[in-house]
Write a protein that binds this ligand. Sequence first.
Ligand SMILES: [Zn+2]
Ligand SMILES: [Zn+2]
Length: 299
Amino acid sequence: MQDSLQNSNYPLGDWANYHGHCFYCDGKEEPEVYVKNAIQSGMKVLGISSHAPVGFDTDWNMKEEKLPEYLDELSGLKQKYRNDIKLLTSMEVDYIPGETGPAHQRVVNSNLDYIVGSVHFVDAYKDGNHFSIDDSTEDFEKGLNQIFGGDIQKLVKRYFELQNEMLVKEPPHILGHMDKIRMHNRNRFFFNEKDDWYLDEVRGTMKLAAEKGVVVEINTKYFERANFSFPSRDHFKWMAEEKIPVTLNSDAHHPDKLLSGFKEILQMVEESGISELWHYHGNGQTFAPKKFNRNTIKW
Ligand SMILES: [Zn+2]
Ligand SMILES: [Zn+2]
């Protein structure tokens, strides 16, 4: 592991990551491997956030019956490594109106340190199957055509509407990859990300998050493979001006990816004028801002 860390473009240092997966959902390897890698790379805080169960079968959500074991295992690891790292228990919770969300009983009963709230499903097909915007571009086109009559604005606006509804009705602590809907634009042109209607959606959601005390993550998962972040770097300067509370997360699905993309994105974030990243605090104020630069966080 140390070799692979040193050989990669890995930003060793006292970073934190609040969004990541493991083998309880669609991530590779057991949680302990992530914890060990985090300690080895000098990280100060690691939050593990497997995809919460959704009440129906998917390829990536945790199975309902696995939840108690997940919580037990993380609580054991917290104890075991308490002198080495602050390990936090979380889940990435889907918001599906009437079905699941950050306020769902199974989430509340899990007593998480904090919650990442994300929208991956936008409405459903006639047969009741949920439409995931996080699958292949072919699947995206299928949902776009069959549910939204091919009207991309309608689909994109519905995606942001669901995020806004979650922020108002069941606010999580962190809003996950808030413009993930645009990921298919890199394979095929679906809409212009500079159009006013689209910018209004992105900015409206970020402002609402700020108003509700929800931290907007800058998600670096696709940086290495696609030179991409969620939200897009196009918004960083505006986020700095509007003082949107942000944190940096890699959404790692592999223990070697805990800080994937951090180095490059940290530089962009710093240069855009964002001077604080929000970090877990506890004590009734779960996240609080900390000054940072591209080399370190002022813990
Ligand atoms: Zn996600
Ligand atoms: Zn995730």
